[in-house]
Design a protein. Structure first.
Length: 93
């Protein structure tokens, strides 16, 4: 219906607009060898995104962080699978 807003108050976010930022966060996270370092990177970015000039709402920052975590998980899963492929191939011989 006209005039209705979504459950987020009409502030639907387009992650495509934040792609460069998401990539920066992912790249910074990849530079950290430990999970604690990756967590620290996310918390620092969360704080930076909450400040001007971004003026993002907390739910928008959460959405960006969820996307970063999803990509980091996918990268870790892919890397783990890649390291196991040579072992599986060697065992098949």
């Amino acid at each position: 219906m006209a005039g209705e807003t979504d459950s987020l108050g009409g502030n639907e976010m387009k992650l495509q607009e934040w792609e460069a930022t998401i990539r920066q966060i992912v790249d910074a996270s990849h530079e950290q060898p430990k999970e604690s370092g990756k967590f620290r990177v996310l918390m620092e970015w969360r704080k930076a995104l909450s400040l001007a000039p971004h003026l993002l709402q907390p739910h928008q920052i959460d959405e960006i962080v969820r996307e970063v975590r999803k990509r980091l998980t996918l990268a870790a899963t892919t890397a783990a699978a890649d390291t196991q492929l040579p072992l599986a191939a060697a065992g098949a011989r």
